[in-house]
Write a protein that binds this ligand. Sequence first.
Ligand code: SF4
Ligand code: SF4
Length: 86
Amino acid sequence: MPYRVDEALCRGCAACVEACSQGAIAMQEDVAHILADLCIDCGACAEVCPAGAIQPAATPVTAGQGSGQWSVIPVTPVPPCGSAAS
Ligand code: SF4
Ligand code: SF4
């Protein structure tokens, strides 16, 4: 079960990106997104997040906690054809 980001709490600091040894977190429009197929559930991102925005996906969302909009991308995006340098 991968970790996930509460989009409403995320401050866009990218500390989690630096902490992730798997390259499993991508920033999109100043919000962190966890790539579920790369995440190994180590918890390093949650430990460094200053906003408490990252939790294991199995954790129930409680009232008053962000927006309830959780960011987890199930499959790593593949670059579009022709994007590689030739
Ligand atoms: S460490 Fe927390 S606040 Fe910073 S980008 Fe990651 S999820 Fe957002
Ligand atoms: S739990 Fe570990 S592997 Fe998964 S996104 Fe966070 S730091 Fe990366």
